[in-house]
Design a protein around this ligand. Structure first.
Ligand code: GUN
Length: 288
């Protein structure tokens, strides 16, 4: 059997087109252009690539986008001062501080300094709490993208056996919270889980976010299951080049699964589309 490939690139494109239409409406009806500000500290190459994509796609959807590039030796106090300025700026509806941050800066303190109404990452404890309480909130982008992709295969996730492999604050835990909200039966598995392979094999929906290249093999997957692979890992490829692989062994998994996201072109494009959706939502709320 060969799994259906979930085309995250195309699905994200459709979502971005919808956001562009809604943004244009907000501009026309309320005179408010949604504005996203991205802050990057230092020159981590992977972060620079992500930030460039975020800024470019924001502009393409007709939203305002600004970028603050700060040197790697920026102090925490200077970054907090910038955030205070952005919190007070009514033209800024969304603030994203790219992670990871240099070690002299406490990321948690920075996240908590962002106005929760502008926290388009959904990382502020207020938004985390609201999500877990089932209240309306700004939801983390990658988890939102995972659930939207799963719903292209299963529009109703009610009662499905979902296993989330990975328990990070950024992906695993919020994916689980969203799936609970969709009335799925959710198990969070991680590196300390006993019989990990068997736990994964019980899943009708398997979301993998562990950051370990090709860890999940074909025999970890229930035949016909839907697999959402959040991993983006650079591994040595042919001719001294690197190639991108997920946390799932795609070639093996595609033989067993019913549907699967590729890497690249699966969850990745959805993350940015959901960031734009959050910026639009924050702007619409601010516009009243
Ligand atoms: N670095 C990697 N992924 C993310 C993300 O979703 N948000 C932020 N702020 N930084 C990241």
């Amino acid at each position: 059997m060969s799994a259906k490939v979930i085309d995250g690139k195309a699905i994200a494109e459709t979502l971005r087109a919808r956001i562009a239409i809604e943004a244009a409406k907000l501009i026309k009806d309320h005179g408010v252009t949604p504005g996203l500000t991205v802050v990057i500290v230092g020159d981590d190459p992977a972060s620079q690539v992500y930030v460039r994509s975020k800024v470019k796609q924001t502009a393409e959807a007709g939203l305002n986008s600004t970028e603050h590039k700060l040197p790697a030796d920026t102090s925490e106090a200077d970054l907090l001062a910038l955030i205070a300025k952005l919190n007070a700026d009514p033209s800024v509806h969304g603030i994203l501080v790219q992670l990871p941050l240099p070690k002299q800066i406490d990321a948690e303190r920075v996240i908590q300094a962002i106005d929760p109404a502008k926290d388009v990452d959904g990382f502020h404890p207020i938004n985390v709490g609201r999500l877990n309480a089932g209240l309306d909130s700004l939801v983390p982008c990658t988890p939102q993208g995972c659930v939207l992709l799963a719903k292209t295969i299963h529009p109703d996730l009610t009662g499905m056996n979902a296993v989330v492999l990975g328990r990070s604050n950024i992906v695993g835990k919020p994916v689980a919270a969203l799936l609970i909200q969709e009335s799925a039966t959710v198990t969070i598995a991680h590196s300390k889980t006993r019989d990990l392979k068997q736990v994964c094999r019980a899943a009708d929906l398997l979301v993998v976010a562990v950051g370990r290249p090709e860890m999940v093999k074909g025999d970890w997957i229930k035949p016909g299951a839907t697999v959402i692979d959040v991993g983006i890992n650079r591994v040595p490829g042919a001719e001294g080049k690197t190639r991108l692989v997920g946390d799932v062994d795609y070639a093996e998994a595609a033989e067993v699964a019913g549907a699967i996201t590729p890497v690249p072109g699966g969850v990745g494009p959805m993350t940015i589309a959901c960031l734009l959706a959050n910026t639009l939502k924050a702007a619409a709320l601010a516009a009243g």
